[in-house]
Design a protein around this ligand. Structure first.
Ligand code: UN1
Length: 486
């Protein structure tokens, strides 16, 4: 069944007036999942006006009540996890199990920030002066522009929108136009649970809509997840207007497997890191560094496991890896693999297109592992955002850590070792925002900071206390009464 794409402006669901918009199933692009029309950049004015009008009453609503709306939405999202997880698999291409897991994760995020309504709201300091205390209170920023990517169509929006709302802001949101259905589902869950009109506005469209949000004078802060190029442009535009921006961007995340690692665990986790969500996570494992003592056997087994993955329709229970999002991604990932082969890399598995059968119809890329020597190779440095793992061998742990840091990106890394000293060395030496010891490079819990170092992140991190820092500003209140006894 084809869903209808509509936009939410000032509490009204409205059809778009822009170009035709088709959300197709990347496993079978002839199947249309949702259909409608794009929003236009001129809709941004209306959305910002609605959000601005809603800001004062929403900010004045007790935080507990704002949180209760998120908790209600969490229940709706949870109740629909199976159905929406299936929709997610059809629209985005990750497996049904991952889709359901992501919908449940969105509910967990909504619940975490919903409960934030009953947690600490500020701080109090002593004063060097008698009869005075110093309070730090938190205030919302106003209207937040939220721009989200295709690869977590409900979890990433939840982790931006839920904190924005609970801290008293209103939102104008543009999701990736490849995943409108899940965006609509999330917005509906929030409105059904009582979010007032105008507090959340959803415009589905292309980069013109995104640009109009970023440049709009009524937008007080911008939170973005996506490519490094776009993130930098957004941060620059925000700086020029003098509003805060938060950009979570690319990664080229390394897994380091040392000789003393628990090998079965490392194999399992590297497979998950590299190939879950078809490698389309900014936290995916796209580089692997293995020390010499185990390299031969580890790489041979890893290549066997990758070749044995069941690639196919993500809605089939047996499928372990689905397609990439669209033809453009399919083309650029395939071109990256071909370039690696031209640059002298050895393809250990995958690397060839599916020439016929059902996989040739969809945007499928075989799980691919490419071994490199010391020669420069783009596949080592550039994010491909697909199921492609570039491998290098290292003489020892020190050389392995140096290779792990050999990237302009710094989002996440994974290190596999049973040696605590080595693990602590990795904590000190590998410059990333998220480090996993003996688990895959992806994953993020809602109560702890998430974000990257170097080219991977700009501005404050997301989630946990970091989200409060981004979505509020503080007023320092020097609080004194009159003179006692006067
Ligand atoms: C995860 O690793 O589960 O776009 C979340 C991304 C990241 C989120 C990763 N911002 O892939």
């Amino acid at each position: 069944m084809t869903a209808v794409i509509e936009h939410l402006i000032g509490g009204q669901w409205v059809p778009g007036t822009g170009d035709e918009l088709l959300s197709v199933n990347p496993a079978r692009p002839s199947l249309i999942v949702a259909q409608g029309s794009d929003a236009r950049s001129s809709d941004v004015d209306d959305a910002v006006r609605a959000a601005t009008a809603a800001t004062a009453p929403w900010a004045a609503t007790p935080m507990h009540q704002r949180g209760a709306v998120l908790l209600g939405a969490a229940d709706i999202v949870d109740r629909n996890a199976e159905a929406w997880g299936l929709d997610l698999a059809r629209e985005e291409g990750k497996t049904k199990a991952e889709g359901i897991g992501e919908v449940r994760r969105a509910a967990q995020i909504l619940r975490y920030y919903g409960n934030e309504g009953d947690r600490q709201a500020g701080e109090i300091f002593t004063s060097p002066r008698a009869g005075e205390q110093i309070l730090i209170t938190r205030k919302p920023l106003g209207v937040i522009g939220v721009i989200t990517p295709f690869n977590f169509p409900i979890a990433i929006p939840a982790w931006k929108i839920a904190p924005a709302l609970v801290y008293g802001n209103t939102v104008v949101w543009k999701p990736a136009s490849t995943v409108p259905l899940l965006a609509i589902r999330l917005a509906q869950a929030l409105t059904e649970s009582g979010l007032p009109a105008g507090v959340l506005n959803l415009l589905i469209g292309g980069s013109d809509v995104g640009n109009a949000i970023v440049d709009h004078r009524g937008i007080d802060a911008i939170t973005f997840t996506g490519s490094t190029g776009v993130g930098r442009r957004i941060a620059a535009a925000a700086a020029a207007r003098g509003v805060p921006a938060q950009a979570e961007m690319g990664g080229k995340n390394a897994a380091v497997v040392l000789d003393d690692a628990d090998i079965d665990l490392a194999l399992e986790q590297v497979m998950l890191g590299a190939f879950r969500s078809t490698g389309q996570k900014c936290t995916a494992t796209s580089r692997l560094i293995v020390t010499e003592g185990i390299a031969e056997k580890f790489l041979a087994t890893l290549a066997e496991h990758a070749a044995a993955l069941t690639v196919g329709d993500p809605t089939d229970d047996a499928t372990q890896m689905g397609p990439v999002i669209n033809g453009t991604a399919h083309q650029s990932i395939s071109a990256g693999v071909q370039a690696a082969a031209r640059q002298g890399a050895t393809v250990l598995t995958g690397g060839r297109p599916y020439a016929d059968g059902p996989l040739a119809e969809g945007y499928f890329i075989a799980p691919t592992i490419i071994e490199l020597d010391d020669a420069p190779a783009d596949v080592w440095t550039d994010e491909l955002f697909g199921p492609v793992l570039a491998v290098k061998r290292a003489a020892d742990a020190d050389a392995a850590f140096a290779l792990a840091s050999d990237s302009e990106f710094g989002l996440s890394a994974a290190i596999f070792t049973q040696d605590l000293t080595r693990a602590l060395q990795a904590v000190e030496q590998i410059d990333v925002g998220v480090l996993h010891v003996n688990s895959e490079s992806a994953g993020a819990d809602p109560h702890v900071p998430f974000g990257g170092a170097k080219k991977s992140g700009l501005g404050p991190k997301e989630q946990g206390g970091a989200a409060r820092d981004f979505f509020t500003h503080t007023t320092t209140v020097y609080l004194r009464g009159g003179r006692p006894g006067a």
